[in-house]
Design a protein around this ligand. Structure first.
Ligand code: PLP
Length: 499
């Protein structure tokens, strides 16, 4: 059976154990020991299936210790209701050889739902399989969208509890309201006085804290992670790349075996890494185009081989879910590029922690650039792209998707690569109403109006109906108001569960 290995060398475990643990005991990330190999016939057969069947088909090969019945059950639980379109991951034409893969038709209007509707169900099954009877305590650091998606995914799931940390001043008003209005008896939401990297580092510290683990155990609880470091987050994301390809085949837009590019708005490198894993499993993928906002540390890394945050300011942008300097999932790619050498991978991660930078060897850089292209879009380019796509294609995109769309435009101009490309669309435009309205109607239109007034104006202007998940938010009661400093996160968790 395909086992999961740690990027830093710890003993291999089953996929269900990797999901249960989240992070490996040595601090590394779990990666497949070997990759499944899908034939072109198998990929073609996906065209005739619905999303649930595609998901079962792909996941059965990445999660071999789950039975067909278990996968059918969990997949149906995740995607059977709660999405507002039957396609689940909807592929929309938006111009010459370009398609948007809309991954935001789930309950929280961002692509995190694709994985986080499924992960809690996989986790509960993983606990069963491994004789784990303690309550699974999920700790999440969010840059905005993961938090609500995790809360929604774990909401009242028996045997689980979910605690989310968000950067107090780093998320949009709608994102914050989505989180702090969450109901359920097993959810906690805490604001951190710091940025996303502070919140993420704090969560990592708690995971490495033996005293904290003992205290949790004493309470009958065990820590796990719903961040994209958990392989149970990554696996469901692999599915939609296969699904998009199958849709293109089904529409006769590509020939079997023909390669397609994917352009992905990137923060923690989880979404684009799933595309890489799809490619390693046989999906015909051309270039993976890594799109960043002004926090462009990944652009520099892919272009130069040097990852350097030592002298870099953390910038707040209108695409907050990509405001990240330390992209956790990059460790999985590095491990792969370093020929699955755990010692080398661990050394790079130590250098990042100690010096804020590392550099890869020229041969590694070359391998990286064969698979990936990279660029970034600044705030002006993002606004211009939203306006242009609306005007020229009648397609309304959110700020994150616009980062990718703008980067694709530049990539094509620079390289002349005209290959059919799927732009991964990661959030509903209504989730970032003020910025999207400002882009299509001018900054005056959004000035002085809150998220909700902007969304109402956006609906009038575009004719696209505003989702209830946004429209009804201001009427919901605020249920979570805890706040803590970045050094006090562990204490804040214990305080929250005491109540
Ligand atoms: C999380 C997120 C991203 C970035 O995805 P990563 O997997 O972190 O690279 C992009 N757009 C939106 C809307 C997101 O929520």
């Amino acid at each position: 059976m395909m086992m999961m290995r740690s990027t830093r060398g710890a003993a291999a475990v089953t996929p269900s154990m990797a999901i249960l643990r989240g992070l490996a005991p040595d601090g590394g990330l779990y990666v497949p020991e070997s990759f499944p190999a899908f034939t072109q016939d198998e990929i073609a057969s996906l065209a005739g299936m619905d999303y649930e069947a595609r998901a079962c088909f792909v996941l059965s090969r990445f999660l071999p210790d789950f039975s067909r019945e278990e996968l059918q059950q969990t997949v149906h639980g995740a995607y059977g209701a709660g999405f507002d379109c039957p396609e689940i991951a909807k592929l929309v034409d938006c111009g010459e050889n370009t398609h948007a893969l809309e991954l935001w038709h789930g309950p929280t209007l961002a692509f995190k739902d694709m994985a986080l509707q499924l992960l809690p169900r996989l986790l509960v099954k993983s606990a069963e399989k491994n004789g784990e009877h303690r309550e699974i305590f999920i700790l999440v650091a969010t840059s905005g969208d993961t938090g609500k998606a995790a809360l929604e995914g774990f909401l009242d799931v028996p045997g689980t509890r979910c605690c989310v940390f968000y950067p107090r001043d780093g998320v949009s008003r709608a994102q914050k309201l989505q989180m702090v209005t969450t109901g359920g008896s097993n959810t906690h939401v805490i604001a951190v006085r710091g940025n996303f990297d502070d919140a993420q580092s704090g969560v990592k510290r708690i995971f490495g804290d033996a005293n904290f683990a003992r205290e949790m155990d004493r309470q009958g609880r065990v820590l796990s992670s719903a961040n994209s470091i958990n392989f149970g987050r990554l696996a469901p994301q692999i599915v939609y790349y296969f699904s998009a390809y199958a849709d293109l085949l089904g529409r006769g837009l590509i020939a079997p075996g023909e390669a397609v590019n994917f352009c992905v708005p990137t923060g923690n490198f989880g979404d684009i890494l799933a595309a890489d894993y799809a490619k390693k499993a046989g999906l015909p993928v051309g270039k993976l185009i890594c799109a960043s906002n002004s926090n462009n540390v990944l652009t520099d890394f892919i272009r130069t081989g040097v990852y350097d945050i030592s002298d870099r300011a953390f910038l707040k942008t209108t695409s907050p879910s990509m405001d990240i300097l330390i992209s956790s999932n990059l460790e999985r790619l590095l491990y792969d590029l370093e020929g699955c050498d755990a010692r080398k991978t661990a050394a790079l991660m130590t250098a990042l922690k100690d010096d804020g930078r590392y550099a890869v060897e020229p041969a590694v850089l070359e391998a990286l650039q064969q698979r990936y292209a990279a660029d970034f879009a600044d705030e002006d380019e993002v606004f211009a792209e939203i306006a242009r796509m609306w005007k020229e294609q009648g397609y309304l995109m959110d700020t994150h998707t616009a980062v990718a769309s703008a980067v694709l435009r530049k990539y094509r101009e620079e390289t002349g690569d005209a290959r059919r490309t799927v732009v991964v669309s990661t959030a509903s435009p209504y989730k970032f109403g003020p910025a999207v309205l400002a882009a299509v109607a001018g900054r005056e239109a959004a000035a002085g109006r809150d998220d909700f007034a902007c969304c109402a104006a956006l609906q009038q202007l575009s004719g696209l109906s505003e989702p209830d998940a946004i429209r009804l938010l201001p009427q919901l009661p605020v249920r979570h108001s805890a706040e803590c400093g970045k050094a006090e996160m562990a204490a804040a968790v214990l305080e929250a569960v005491r109540k």
